[in-house]
Design a protein around this ligand. Structure first.
Ligand SMILES: *[C@@H]1O[C@H](CO)[C@@H](O)[C@H](O)[C@H]1NC(C)=O
Ligand SMILES: *[C@@H]1O[C@H](CO)[C@@H](O)[C@H](O)[C@H]1NC(C)=O
Ligand SMILES: *[C@@H]1O[C@H](CO)[C@@H](O)[C@H](O)[C@H]1NC(C)=O
Ligand SMILES: *[C@@H]1O[C@H](CO)[C@@H](O)[C@H](O)[C@H]1NC(C)=O
Length: 212
């Protein structure tokens, strides 16, 4: 869980920096869109929609009850932190990537986060842990591949560096599920701790790929 805490504190510090720059009125709106990668902490509907809205418990109340008044695929009764971030920048709630297929749908942002997602893809995770994840592979690696496929729709004819330059990009929280899988399979904590460098380094690689 250390990596999650670390990522969270990195997010918080980056976010504070961004808020300071973006609250200068003369600079206008800082971002055209938000692009997010993660797990259930920031999923705004991907797991739910991919399951034909049948995804376990989240398709029923109390999920969604306090804000949307109906289940939306968020793993909470209210909004996720990402919703508040979008609100802050006067952007609409970030659309789940599986929910649309047009530039219009992706114009103000796209969310690749999927509930249950880990950082390491299933083959790498199995090699490291000896555990076969039961879930479909929605890892950070797979999320980056989906992003790559959707780039033409997201950029909609403008060049990718320009599009990225006007996007607020979040990577995480993600990583908790890599450890959760070990805990659920009763792997000793001392062993799970040895996975941390692999997970953290894969998050670092993903960030570097996005920067490039
Ligand atoms: C699933 O939910 C979404 C959003 O609430 C809705 O637009 C869609 O029609 C639903 N799909 C099914 C198969 O019920
Ligand atoms: C996408 O690009 C086309 C052609 O430049 C433009 O007409 C359209 O408004 C754009 N759509 C969005 C959502 O930006
Ligand atoms: C899993 O991720 C590694 C990088 O960490 C990559 O080299 C490999 O191609 C990926 N495998 C699959 C099946 O996606
Ligand atoms: C990104 O934005 C900055 C500040 O507006 C600008 O100086 C820079 O040239 C832009 N880079 C690209 C690749 O668009």
């Amino acid at each position: 869980m250390d990596s999650s805490k670390l990522m969270l504190s990195i997010h918080i510090s980056l976010f504070i920096l961004v808020i300071n720059l973006c609250t200068v009125p003369m600079l206008g709106s800082c971002f055209d869109r938000i692009i997010n990668f993660g797990d259930s902490i920031s999923d705004t509907g991907n797991a739910y929609l991919s399951s034909g809205n049948a995804s376990t418990s989240i398709g029923a109340l109390p999920y969604g009850m306090t804000y949307f008044k109906h289940p939306t695929g968020r793993w909470t009764n209210g909004r996720v932190i990402l919703d508040f971030v979008a609100d802050h920048f006067n952007l609409p709630f970030v659309q789940p990537s599986v929910g649309g297929k047009t530039p219009e749908y992706f114009q103000k942002g796209v969310n690749f986060a999927v509930g249950g997602a880990g950082v390491l893809n299933n083959s790498v995770f199995t090699r490291m842990s000896g555990i076969n994840p039961a879930q479909a592979d929605n890892s950070l690696w797979v999320q980056l591949q989906s992003f790559n496929k959707l780039l033409p729709l997201i950029a909609n004819g403008s060049d990718v560096p320009t599009m990225m330059n006007k996007s607020l990009i979040f990577v995480g929280e993600i990583g908790g599920n890599d450890y959760n899988r070990g805990l659920a399979s009763l792997v000793p904590l001392e062993k799970i701790t040895t996975w941390v460098p692999r997970v953290v380094s894969a998050i670092g690689s993903a960030v570097n790929i996005l920067i490039k």
